[in-house]
Structure formats: C-alpha cells, structure tokens
Design a protein around this ligand. Sequence first.
Ligand code: MN
Length: 286
Amino acid sequence: MKLVRFDGGRLGVLQAGRVHDITALVGDDPAQWPPVGMLRLIRSFAELRPRIEAHLGQSAGVPLDSVRLDAPLVWPHNLFAYPVNYVLHGEEMASPNIANKNGFFLKATSSISGPADPIVLPAIRDADIHHECELGLVIGKGGRHITRETALDHIFGYCCLVDVTIRGKQERVMRKSFDSFTPIGPAIVTADEVGDADHLGMKLWVNDELRQDANTRDLIVDIREIVVMAASAATLEPGDLIATGTPAGVGPIKAGDTVRIEIEKVGAMSLDVIQGQGGGSLAMPA
Ligand code: MN
C-alpha cells in the first residue's frame, strides 16, 4: 500500500493514480499540532489495515494531479542518516567516514520536505551544495537491541529521499539540516509491497543528466544492519526515518535545476531547486 499526506496534512492511500482520503477513517485531525497523524497511522497500521482496505473498495478517490502531495511523514522522533555506505561513493569522496566503521549521524527532522516542495538553497557564500540519492526507510515496530534475524519485522516501508548537503568543514549535522534539505516521498510504500529491498535500482537526474545510478545490493551496511546499528544505540519508534546512504555520483545543484529521483518499486519525484533568502551565520557567512 502507498500512504500519502496531501492538501495540508490529510492522510490518503495512492492507488492506480487516485488518492483515497482516509483521514476520517483513521480518526485523524489534519489541523492538530504537532502533525503526527501519519506516525499514529504507522503505529496502528496492522489494526487499521482491514478497515482501510474495505474503504478502498468503496471509495472513488480523486485524481493524483488534483491534490498537492505533502511530505508523507513529518515530525519523526528521529531522523537517522548513514554516511558513505557504497564503496564507489567512498572512493569519489576519498572519505574515511564509512558507515560500517563510523555508524550513523542525525539530521534535523525539520529539514523534511515533500514531493511538491522546492529545495531552497540558503544564501551562503560559495556554498557547494550537493544532491545525495538515497532510499528512505521508515520504522514500523519500535524497539532496541534488534537482531539481523528480526530486523525486517521492524520496517514499515520505504520512500525516495534526497539528502541535500553543503560540503565543508562545519558540523555535518548543520550542513545537512537546512529546511528542505530532506525531501521525501512521494508516498511511503509498505514493505510488503516493496518486497526484497536488498535489490532496488535507484537513479537520480539533475535536469536531463543522469548523475547517480546504483542498486541497494551494493550497500556496505545493508538494510537489516542499518536497523540493527540504529537500534544498538537508540530506541526506535514507529515512524522513525532513516536515510540509508548515497551511492557514487553526487554533485552540485543550483537554482533553476530540477532534481529527479526514482527508486524501483518505491516511486519517483521531481523537485525544483530555488534560491532562498538568508541562511548565513557565523559558521557559514552569507
Ligand atoms: Mn547522505
């Protein structure tokens, strides 16, 4: 099943090009603060699923192009991210920060944006801002000290994710945490629909140029171990989001570009890149 948020936080299911509104069915209030309806839906999905499926049988839905898709998930308890997690990307960056040795880092959850939102570049002097094409992983069942044997039981689903990054010497967390630096979407596709996530093709274009073309089979820390490693340190919660690391081919983006990400069985989204105002600071002067 493909779960979306749309038109200001309504919850929906995307099926055959139509969006079916399940906001009332699952008892969510899109106006609530914080906007955690999707987190609640993920936590209670097994229980709600039969009612959602029955609703899909009766609902006409509306065409996908008649709604505005929001980020399918906001306000996760944690947004984990893995550094260099493909051998070829490690070589291109000449980076010693390989995920199997360094572990994960965190991005600000406020950096999450949706498939209809632009990537807004901060006004920072000589900023070298890169795209990173990544598979986004969403936790379903929480827990800590998870083993490889049970890791897949904790995964709710997957989405496309671009880990936008300013290259530089400043703290990685800050360089990756500007608003709109974690576009996700267009939907969260449940793990049962994706199937084997260890062999997913993924591509990213900037305008018409194919920049990244890889497959999750080449992950250094694989899908199961990504969950194990995160849960070795932190208690995972339903709706936690994990950026699984980028393959080779990262490169600069500039205002006016369009970034397109496509992941097999997960979906695709195209994002406009625009120049924003502000964003400079002592650490990164304007
Ligand atoms: Mn990354």
